[in-house]
Design a protein around this ligand. Structure first.
Ligand SMILES: Cc1cc2nc3c(=O)[nH]c(=O)nc-3n(C[C@H](O)[C@H](O)[C@H](O)COP(=O)(O)O)c2cc1C
Length: 192
């Protein structure tokens, strides 16, 4: 029997009144439907992070690093703020280092006209530095506030369902391949 893939879903926004909850809940439901993953949510709004970059001994940071270390794959759900990604997301990313290594990262983005894609392009650079494999396929919601119904549901037939199914299938492929590879030999021991 194949073990479920431990997927950490990372929230990009901690803004009061954020749309992130709606988008993340939709994404989580699609993750559940796929049956391949066990899901853990990492939400900057629920973390007691100080305004200053905390030390590695900080209990919140230690817990966050443990959760990232335990994950096989990541799904970042992020809006676009001023052509980039929100600061709390970068803060969370920077709290860990080797815990990210040799794991895949996929993106569900949303925003106004850009659908969050400019934030995702920047995040690909950041995650490259962290030795991750970013998944080419992305789910993007342009004019996101108009796409979801007031109850948070997304109309049947929306193209995002198909895009999400492909994203999750490819994320699962990478997650299994890299989990096997990490078990076969430690990434930290790769040297010239
Ligand atoms: C500070 C700020 C900057 C924004 N900049 C952009 C932008 O550059 N491009 C875009 O498409 N949408 C932009 N938006 C719209 C947001 O992507 C949209 O409101 C989204 O719902 C914000 O996510 P949140 O509600 O989960 O915080 C911006 C919103 C805020 C609050």
């Amino acid at each position: 029997m194949t073990l479920p893939i431990r997927l950490a879903m990372i929230y990009g926004s901690n803004r009061e009144g954020r749309l992130c909850d709606t988008v993340a809940d939709w994404a989580a439901a699609e993750v559940d439907k796929s049956g391949a993953f066990s899901l853990l949510r990492l939400d900057p709004a629920g973390l007691d992070l100080s305004l200053r970059h905390p030390s590695r001994d900080d209990p919140t940071v230690a817990g966050l690093r443990q959760a990232i270390a335990a994950a096989d794959a990541f799904l970042v759900v992020t809006p676009e703020y001023n052509r980039g990604y929100p600061a709390p997301l970068k803060f969370m990313i920077d709290c860990a280092s080797h815990e990210w290594h040799a794991k895949p990262v996929a993106f569900v983005s949303y925003g106004g006209i850009s659908g969050g894609l400019r934030a995702v392009e920047q995040l690909r650079l950041v995650f490259g530095e962290l030795h991750t494999a970013t998944i080419r396929d992305c789910v993007s919601f342009a004019q996101a506030h108009e796409r979801f119904r007031p109850d948070g549901s997304l109309p049947e037939g929306d193209g995002a369902y198909k895009a999400m199914a492909l994203l999750l299938a490819r994320l699962a492929w990478w997650a299994r391949a890299l989990r096997d590879a990490r078990q076969a030999s430690a990434y930290s021991e790769v040297a010239a």
